[in-house]
Design a protein around this ligand. Structure first.
Ligand SMILES: NC(=O)c1ccc[n+]([C@@H]2O[C@H](COP(=O)([O-])OP(=O)(O)OC[C@H]3O[C@@H](n4cnc5c(N)ncnc54)[C@H](O)[C@@H]3O)[C@@H](O)[C@H]2O)c1
Length: 282
C-alpha cells in the first residue's frame, strides 16, 4: 500500500460514509470487515451514493471513477498494518472494540488508531493498546457525507501530535472538528440521545402519536428531523447502547433506557437498517 492509505474497519452504515468521503477527498482507502459479503455490499453502496452525486451534478463522472478506484477491500487484518491512520467503525460493543484495538495496535507502531465510537471510553480502548498515545476518537455523524461535525476525542493517553493529525485529516475531509475530553457520550450524544430516549417515553406513555412527536420538535424547536425518525436513522441498537453507556458511566438514573426502546431492539426493529423501527421502510 502506498503511504497515506487510510484503513476503515467495519463497513456498515458509518464505515461506508467515512470511506466515501475519504475516497472523494483523494485518499486511498483500505476497507476491512469480518463479514466478507459486507465488503462488496459497501463498495456497491458507495458507488450508488456517488452516482446520486453525479446525477445532482455535485461530482463529475471522472471524479466518481477516481474515487471508486481508490477503494480496496480486504478481510485480512494484517494488511491494515501499512495504513497511516485506521478509522474503526465496528459495532458499539465494548468487548469487541477492545479486542479489535488490541489486535490492530500490534500491526504497526506508527499507525494512528481512531475510533468512531459514539460513547465508549477512548481511555479504556487506549489502555489495551501497545501505543496508547496514538489512540483517539474521531466521531463522525450520520449521514457522514452530509453532516459537517467531527468530535475529536482525547483519551488520557492521546498525544498532542495524534490530535493534530486527526484535526488535519478532518480539515482535509471538509469537516469542522471540535475537541472533546473523553467522557461518556462526549458532547453531542450526551445531549441528543437522552432527548430521543425521552421522546420514546412519550410514545410508551401515549402522550402523543409518533408523527406528532416528530412534527412537534420539527415545528416547535426547528429540528430538521423529529427525534423518532432520527432514532430510526441512527439505529435503535446504537441509541440503546449509548443510553446504557451514559447510565453506567455517569451513574445517574436519569439516563435509564426507555423499556420500549429495549423491547424494540430485542425484537430486531432497529430502524432504517432492518426496514422497521418507529416507521416502516421499504
Ligand atoms: N449509526 C450511526 O448513526 C452512528 C453515528 C456515529 C457513530 N456511530 C458509531 O459507529 C460505529 C459503527 O456503527 P454503524 O451504525 O456503522 O454499525 P453497523 O452495524 O452498520 O456496521 C458495523 C460493521 O462492522 C462489521 N464488524 C463486526 N464485527 C467486526 C470486527 N470484529 N471487525 C471488523 N468489522 C466488524 C459488521 O460486519 C458491519 O459491517 C459504532 O461504534 C457506532 O456507535 C454510529
Amino acid at each position: 500500500m502506498t503511504e497515506g492509505t487510510i484503513g476503515v474497519v467495519g463497513v456498515g452504515t458509518m464505515g461506508q460514509g467515512i470511506a466515501q468521503i475519504l475516497a472523494t477527498s483523494g485518499r486511498n482507502v483500505l476497507l476491512y470487515d469480518v463479514a466478507t459479503p459486507q465488503l462488496s455490499h459497501a463498495h456497491e453502496a458507495i458507488s450508488k451514493a456517488l452516482s446520486r452525486l453525479v446525477e445532482k451534478e455535485k461530482l463529475s463522472d471522472d471524479a466518481q471513477a477516481a474515487a471508486l478506484g481508490r477503494l480496496r477491500g480486504t478481510n485480512t487484518m494484517e494488511e491494515l498494518g501499512n495504513c497511516e491512520i485506521i478509522i474503526e467503525a465496528a459495532p458499539e460493543e465494548p468487548a469487541l472494540k477492545k479486542q479489535l484495538f488490541r489486535d490492530l495496535s500490534r500491526l504497526s507502531k506508527d499507525t494512528i488508531l481512531a475510533s468512531n465510537t459514539s460513547s465508549l471510553s477512548l481511555t479504556q480502548l487506549a489502555a489495551v493498546c501497545e501505543h496508547p498515545e496514538r489512540v483517539v476518537g474521531m466521531h463522525f455523524f450520520n449521514p457522514v457525507p452530509v453532516l459537517k461535525l467531527v468530535e475529536v476525542v482525547r483519551a488520557e493517553q492521546t498525544s498532542d501530535a495524534t490530535i493534530a493529525r486527526i484535526e488535519s485529516l478532518s480539515l482535509q475531509l471538509n469537516k469542522i472538528a471540535v475537541k472533546i475530553v473523553d467522557s461518556p457520550g462526549f458532547a453531542v450524544n450526551r445531549l441528543l440521545i437522552p432527548m430521543i430516549n425521552e421522546a420514546i417515553f412519550l410514545v410508551q406513555e401515549g402522550v402523543a402519536s409518533m408523527k406528532d412527536i416528530d412534527r412537534a420538535m420539527q415545528l416547535g424547536a426547528a429540528h430538521p428531523v423529529g427525534p423518532l425518525a432520527l432514532a430510526d436513522l441512527i439505529g435503535l441498537d446504537v441509541c440503546l447502547a449509548i443510553m446504557e453507556t451514559l447510565q453506567e458511566g455517569l451513574g445517574d438514573p436519569k439516563y435509564r433506557p426507555c423499556p420500549l426502546l429495549s423491547r424494540m431492539v430485542a425484537a430486531g426493529h432497529l430502524g432504517h437498517k432492518s426496514g422497521r423501527g418507529f416507521y416502516v421502510y421499504t
